[in-house]
Design a protein around this ligand. Structure first.
Ligand code: MOS
Length: 744
């Protein structure tokens, strides 16, 4: 087992340093090649036809007009489609799909926007025009479930997603101070910049399927497609070189991908489908609405004696997706009596799926708002209340934390924010016509790690090549891989080429769960070491640059090997021995440390809001955050993740909401005009500090990952600030102008 505490990266030169993105130039010059932009020889375009009811049966399709439109090649539907196999749809099987049923499997309609046909034509415009000519007739059934927040139905209990310790009910019953509140959060859209897209092509007389997909997991998609199409994994390649972000909805494979691959086979040409924004929003994933009840019991000193967190979230009729709101709760605060429960309710929407800090971000809104309510009830400073209940070890597992600095996050952010200037009296802080509110919340996200493989090549032209079948979803994975290679070899970053996003490369993880950094870098390091061993053998061998030396006496320095007296570049070593390259392979996986320590990141957000009471306009003026993610491998891109999370949290707190028509469960605002997002004008002054405590128990690079934690805790800090300004406790998100008006 690796002794992770003895890291080679205690004093790194490249890792942890500000490093411009190595793929930045490709993106800026338009050469990056996102899936939707790719062209293939003889390619055709597909355009899905979405159902216009949410619950019922497709009775007939009239296709004659559409088929007669210019350029139309074929129209796929239930009566004209291949027979395929269902996917097991489980992480344990290495795949995840949004629907267990196959596209066009039967005529049952479960949600508005479900595909009833796919038009294939010579151009995108022709496909779209013909799709609009397809006439579908339905039998609409009563009883569409409009959404969790439109019903009092309980939902089905998910035993596996609940936990309990101590006797929380009894402790709550006997508590000196009690909070019992219910929180509701509207469904949200990921609204990632690049919509779902697939380009599928059958090669070698239909034996081999090559799929370009904008996905957060090329291997997961390959595994799912191999089963669905009944072809060997080696005959299926999934490629995703550049991704215009995902936020979780590109973890699942969606029906358009399977339909596109079938279309490509049926028309005998490559076919591309790029979902239009409306379809991306209706059938390409969402954060499900949630209803949560939190009960907190405490003694008069503020010590928590009971935490009971009961959640219900939406799922669809075609997938059992559990957005586990309570999953951070058992580890959040030191308390002997804690329980969580989780229910799901089937609703007539497209399948919900993970969205940035899935479950926990909703759960932390409820928990951290309840903590603020408790602080008010106790007449205690909310920062002090959190410090008083700080968990010195993980109360869920009883294990020590690998590294936890929440207390420093709280004190540092409070100091930079100027929390000491806060007058806790409601509405007491004013600036002209505006009322100022201060609010805060803690935040957290788990630090996971997966097995991973990587490959490295040292080449005679002096370049280095590193490859791993993970993806860069825009977060900067290409760059940190290059940094790791540069660190271990002393090679200049400009000579390092990184390849990601192909299933032909060594198996890499999902870009999800904030796990990619901690997962991929150790495997890359292992591959670099293997390549260095190989080139040392070459160098000391017959005719080599260090012929006769002991391989162990050589070490890597500045893109070459040195014996302490002279340095010879990798290129020269390879030239001398007439070799074009040497290769290294490596793999890495979490080990015994996972049973010895608990791994989780923590942080704190402080928010200033300003309200103009005359017009009920609320504005987030400032956010000051301190987050502990271990070591930031590339500080600017890491900070950028937190800043993006803060803006997303502002949307969650004040603006974002998928609206479903109460009459027929249709998603009303499936477009970027009516789904309200924060704009630049809404963005506050943001001050993010990342602490620098490398977590070498987690991995030798000391980084815990940063994609998700920045979003958690933002919405409750905003709601708590609004309470401070107005004395009104808003427990439903988003806190819209209408809600502020209604209670003012
Ligand atoms: Mo994240 S929801 O794992 O992309």
């Amino acid at each position: 087992m690796n002794d992770l505490t003895q890291s080679a990266f205690a004093k790194p030169r490249v890792v942890g340093q500000r490093t411009p993105r190595i793929d930045g130039e490709y993106k800026l010059t338009g050469r990056a090649g996102y899936t939707g932009e790719l062209l293939a020889e003889g390619m055709r375009y597909g355009y899905p036809v979405p159902a216009t009811i949410a619950n019922g049966v497709l009775e007939s399709l009239e296709l004659d007009d559409a088929l007669a439109m210019p350029g139309v090649v074929d129209i796929l539907h239930h009566g004209h489609f291949e027979s395929l196999h269902r996917s097991p749809n489980s992480m344990a099987h290495g795949d995840m799909v949004s629907e267990v049923r196959l596209p066009f499997e039967d005529e049952r309609i479960y949600y508005h926007g479900q595909y009833v046909a796919l038009v294939v034509a010579e151009t995108f415009e022709q496909a779209r025009a013909a799709a609009q000519r397809v006439v579908a007739r339905y039998r609409e059934d009563d009883g569409a479930v409009v959404g969790l927040l439109h019903t009092d139905t309980q939902g089905e209990l998910q035993e596996s997603a609940g936990t309990s310790r101590g006797d929380p009910e009894a402790a709550f019953g006997g508590a000196e101070v009690k909070i019992d509140s219910t929180y509701q959060i509207a469904a949200e859209s990921h609204l990632q910049m690049e919509m779902h897209a697939t380009l599928a092509e059958w090669r070698d007389d239909g034996k081999r399927l090559v799929v370009h997909e904008s996905t957060q997991g090329v291997f997961f998609q390959r595994n799912a497609m191999a089963r669905i199409f009944g072809i060997a994994q080696e005959n299926l390649e999934v490629i995703s070189h550049y991704i215009g972000s995902g936020f979780g909805n590109k973890l699942f494979m969606w029906p358009h991908a399977v339909a596109t691959a079938v279309a490509a086979r049926m028309v005998g040409r490559p076919v591309k489908v790029v979902l239009p924004r409306q379809q991306d929003m209706t059938g390409g994933g969402n954060r499900p609405a949630s209803r949560q009840r939190v009960r907190l019991g405490a003694d008069r000193s503020g010590k928590l004696t009971s935490v009971i967190h009961d959640s219900t979230t939406e799922t669809s009729w075609v997938h059992q997706y559990v957005d586990a709101c309570g999953s951070a709760t058992p580890s959040f605060y030191a308390c002997d009596n804690v329980s969580t429960s989780q229910r799901v309710l089937e609703v007539n929407h497209g399948t919900p799926c993970p969205m940035r800090a899935p479950g926990e971000v909703s759960g932390i809104f409820a928990l951290e708002t309840a903590m603020d309510e408790l602080a008010v009830e106790l007449g205690m400073d909310p920062v002090e209340l959190r410090q008083k209940n700080n968990a010195e070890q993980d109360p869920a597992s009883g294990l020590p934390w690998s590294s936890k600095h929440l207390d420093e996050c709280l004190t540092s952010a409070a100091r930079r924010f100027g929390w000491d200037k806060r007058d806790p009296a409601i509405g007491s802080m004013r600036d002209g016509d505006e009322i100022i509110g201060y609010g805060m919340a803690s935040c957290t996200w788990s630090a996971g790690r997966q097995p991973c493989e990587a490959r490295v090549e040292l080449r005679a032209d002096g370049s280095l090549f590193a490859a791993c079948g993970t993806q860069d979803i825009g977060t900067g994975t290409y760059t940190i891989v290059a940094q790791a290679v540069a660190e271990l070899t002393g090679t200049d970053l400009s000579r390092i080429e990184v390849k990601l996003g192909e299933t032909s490369l060594p198996a890499g993880p999902l870009s999800g769960g904030s796990m990619a950094t901690a997962t991929v870098l150790p495997a890359v390091a292992a591959a670099v070491r293997d390549a260095l061993d190989a080139i040392k053998e070459v160098a000391v061998g017959s005719g080599g640059a260090f012929e006769g030396s002991d391989a162990d006496s050589l070490s890597a320095e500045a893109g070459g090997l040195t014996d302490g007296k002279r340095r010879v570049s990798f290129a020269e070593i390879l030239e001398t021995s007439k070799l074009s390259s040497v290769n290294g392979k490596g793999s890495a996986a979490p080990g015994d440390e996972r049973s010895e320590y608990s791994f989780r990141s923590f942080g704190a957000h402080f928010v200033e809001i300003r309200i103009d009471p005359e017009i009920s306009r609320v504005r987030v003026a400032r956010v000051v955050s301190t987050i502990d993610i271990g070591r930031a491998i590339n500080p600017p891109t890491a900070r950028n993740q937190v800043e993006g999370g803060i803006v997303m949290g502002l949307g969650m707190g004040l603006l974002e909401k998928l609206d479903y028509d109460p009459r027929d469960a249709r998603l009303i605002n499936a477009n970027v005009a009516d789904y309200i997002l924060p704009t630049h004008a809404d963005a506050p002054e943001i001050d993010v500090e990342l602490l620098d405590y490398p977590d070498f128990k987690h991995n030798e690079f000391g980084g815990r990952g940063v994609g998700e934690i920045g979003l958690t805790g933002v919405a409750p800090a905003i709601a708590n600030a609004i309470y401070h300004a107005t004395g009104k406790r808003y427990r439903d998100l988003p806190i819209t102008i209408e809600a502020l008006l209604a209670s003012s």
